[in-house]
Design a protein around this ligand. Structure first.
Ligand code: GLY
Ligand code: MN
Ligand code: MN
Length: 476
């Protein structure tokens, strides 16, 4: 049955207003322009209008009498008083542009009445400013910054969120809950039993029997995120260009005797110097026997003459990820076996990329690449039975790419604006049931593909793919 869709002023003033007054931030003591001056929210970011348009689309899709809550990633302790490097939750970033922990976004389909008489559908909650604390841990937006930098009409202290939830949830019928899988107990909302960890779904259910808890917006968000807007594509092209440059530098410079971590270091140096805030995922630099480990991240081995290198490295620039793999012989020239495996993977990739056509099923690239690899492995005598292909090609060929390296998406037919990887590989570990001349060869070639009305565009085209082009880049 449908309940009242919004709060009465009385209810709010009783529960919320005292908190709001108490939770005034200290914005006046720290001028807001320091935030842009210090480069935290630079002009190359997605514009606030982008995030607002995403919230509008999400609100449009919500059911009557529903509330949605999205939370920022929390800081994670590494040990003692030392935290892991902070990274914002991509969903939360997509909807808000906010980079701070201890923040939350509340969306109300039918609106919420505030004590000041306004009636709003979206509220950003974030930490108060605190000059003393900011001296230690960095500047914060505060409510004023949320309005002036992120262009939110309504911002409140995160301290007000529990009271707000206690006020709105008894009146709502549907509660969209983003469970933050894997996030441990979080102290942010510690004066409420709500929303403290993944186990609290049951608690919410018990406390608010009026609520139907749903995760249905996950699908709506996937539909939105799988189609990149021009603003997003601009940043993706930048992340990919930075990553192309890093791959090219390494292919040019690396030589036998380099440690795997030196390859990683040269790439990460270029990422950082180019303004990328993070790697999109830990760099994978596998040499020789390590090249056959799909997600090898240890990167400690010293390369030797004759090694084949498989390096999967991508920058994250202003939230958007690149994901590029190149494989090459450290000595500068492919051996006949390396050339045969590489050429087969490249043919499979070409075939997969050609299949990235608007309207085609998402799996088209995989099946196109797989068929080439199966036939090729039979031809080379590495397999006798093509049904055994998983011994050497044991992963999928494509995933969406965006704010997450394995980005949100529905897996439906390809459409213009989709960005996906095409990344077939062949991994022949020592001891495999084939001629030992093939052993210790792991080869993946991975590019980032934009689906357009005119066919696939290889966004990561600026690193060499053909054998001759790779060898040419290694001539020094
Ligand atoms: N770099 C992870 C992947 O290629 O999926
Ligand atoms: Mn990938
Ligand atoms: Mn990759």
């Amino acid at each position: 049955m449908r309940k009242f869709s919004f709060l009465t002023l009385f209810f709010l003033s009783f529960f919320l207003a005292p908190t709001l007054v108490f939770a005034q931030d200290l914005a006046s003591e720290v001028p807001i322009d320091t935030l842009t001056k210090y480069g935290i929210y630079d002009g190359d970011r997605l514009p606030p209008s982008f995030h607002a348009s995403r919230r509008k689309l999400l609100l449009d899709s919500m059911q009557p009498n529903s509330i949605a809550l999205f939370r920022a990633s929390e800081e994670k302790n590494r040990s003692n008083d030392n935290n892991y490097e902070y990274h914002q939750d991509p969903k939360f970033y997509y909807l808000t542009g906010c980079l701070e922990p201890s923040s939350a976004l509340l969306l109300s389909k039918d609106g919420v009445s505030l004590p000041d008489g306004r009636f709003v559908h979206e509220i950003l909650f974030l930490q108060n400013r605190n000059p003393k604390q900011e001296t230690w841990t960095g500047r914060r937006l505060g409510q004023q910054g949320a309005r002036s930098v992120l262009k939110f009409d309504t911002a409140m202290s995160i301290d007000s969120l529990p009271a707000m939830l206690r006020a709105v949830l008894p009146k709502a019928q549907f509660f969209y809950y983003d469970p933050h899988f894997g996030t441990p107990h979080e102290p942010v909302l510690n004066d409420t039993v709500l929303l403290t960890d993944v186990g609290d779904r049951d608690l919410i259910k018990e406390t608010y029997r009026n609520l139907e808890i749903t995760t249905s917006l996950t699908h709506v968000l996937a539909e939105l995120r799988e189609v990149k807007t021009p603003e997003e594509l601009r940043l993706m092209r930048k992340a990919i260009a930075i990553s192309n440059e890093a791959h090219n530098a390494v292919i040019h410079d690396a030589r036998p005797g380099w440690f795997e971590y030196q390859i990683q270091a040269e790439a990460e140096d270029i990422f950082t110097k180019s303004g990328a805030e993070y790697t999109a995922y830990p760099c994978i630099v596998g040499s020789g026997p390590n090249s056959t480990i799909l997600h090898y991240e240890t990167n400690r081995r010293k390369t030797e003459s004759g090694d084949f290198i498989e390096m999967d490295m991508g920058a994250e620039y202003h939230g958007y990820c690149a994901d590029i793999t190149r494989s090459f012989p450290i000595s500068g020239e492919f051996t006949p076996e390396q050339r045969a495996i590489y050429s087969l993977v490249l043919a499979a990739q070409d075939s997969g990329i050609k299949a990235c056509i608007a309207g085609a099923p998402f799996q088209s690239a995989h099946f196109a690449a797989l068929s080439v690899i199966k036939n090729g492995l039979l031809k080379l005598g590495i397999l006798q039975d093509s049904n055994q292909f998983k011994r050497y090609f044991m992963h999928g060929t494509s995933h969406y790419l965006g704010l997450d390296v394995h980005d949100a998406g529905t897996g439906g037919p390809l459409a213009p604006g989709n960005v996906l990887t095409v990344e077939p590989g062949i991994y022949i570990a020592a001891g495999s049931p084939c001629d030992p001349k093939w052993w210790n060869t792991g080869c993946r070639i991975e590019d980032d593909i934009l689906v357009t009305d005119h066919g696939p565009e290889i966004l990561s085209i600026h690193s060499p793919r053909k054998v001759d082009d790779v060898e040419k880049m290694m001539q020094r």
